[in-house]
Design a binder for this molecule. Sequence first.
Ligand code: FES
Length: 295
Amino acid sequence: MAATVPELCLPGIVRTAIQCRAEVVEHELMARNTWRMRLYCPEVARQILPGQFFMIRMPDRSDPLLGRPFALYDVYCDAAGEPQGIDFGYVVVGKMTSLFEQLKSGNTVEVWGPLGNGFPLPPSGHLVIAAGGIGQTPFLAVIREALRRRSYGVPPRSLAQAPSRITLCYGVRSKEYLAGVKEFESEGIDVRIATDDGSVGHHGFVTDLLKQLLAESTPPAAVYCCGPEPMMHAVSKLTAAAKTPCWLSLETPMACGFGACFSCVTKVRQEDGTWDYKRVCVEGPVFPAEQLVLD
Ligand code: FES
């Protein structure tokens, strides 16, 4: 049973979000402490765009009271291609995700979304994606849309020309934390791995891989990035120095997810050179890197 949530809306708040109870359809371990959950919620699946997110909470309990934000991994469809639900990834850290870990097919959770703005459609040149840890989750849908294998949203948005090349630079602590690599590779893109401990791929940071790509004779047309804050700061500096357009998807903690509580604000540059606070849940979570004031 789905319902829109206009009674919660204040000026500037997203009005198209759906609130519903969603059944768990699949739940699998992707990597150490890292799960993929599939929820049946066609109303959300039909509307959501790559890079948007949704809030999830456990039903019929007050602890934890607030929902938590999760990025879309991808939409799943039936045999006729009709969106049926959403996949998302999470790492077990704290009470909510420890409860998630116990969920089985047939259990339900409360979902409201889609929320936030999502990634823009990519330009036609080389798209580089820099992902750190669970920050890889927004990018499967981004890549499938960029390759014109899937379309998302109502009406479905479409890309006139696919990027000439897509490279995913994916960094994790150690190889047991790599999640979804086969799914990314099966899209036929160039997947480059970095691990802090050198257990697989490049021994070092994902930003080392990005530096190599930024130094090529034809630099990337755009960089999309999601991951831990220090990594995103480093990516922002590198792309600014290379004058390469970059979009960051912020992983800011959120309380309401729909613009009411202002717990998620970040400093964003204004056209007159000053800065103002913007809500990551409404004006983001994706921002052009050059607009962000990163402390
Ligand atoms: Fe409440 Fe963003 S989480 S305003």
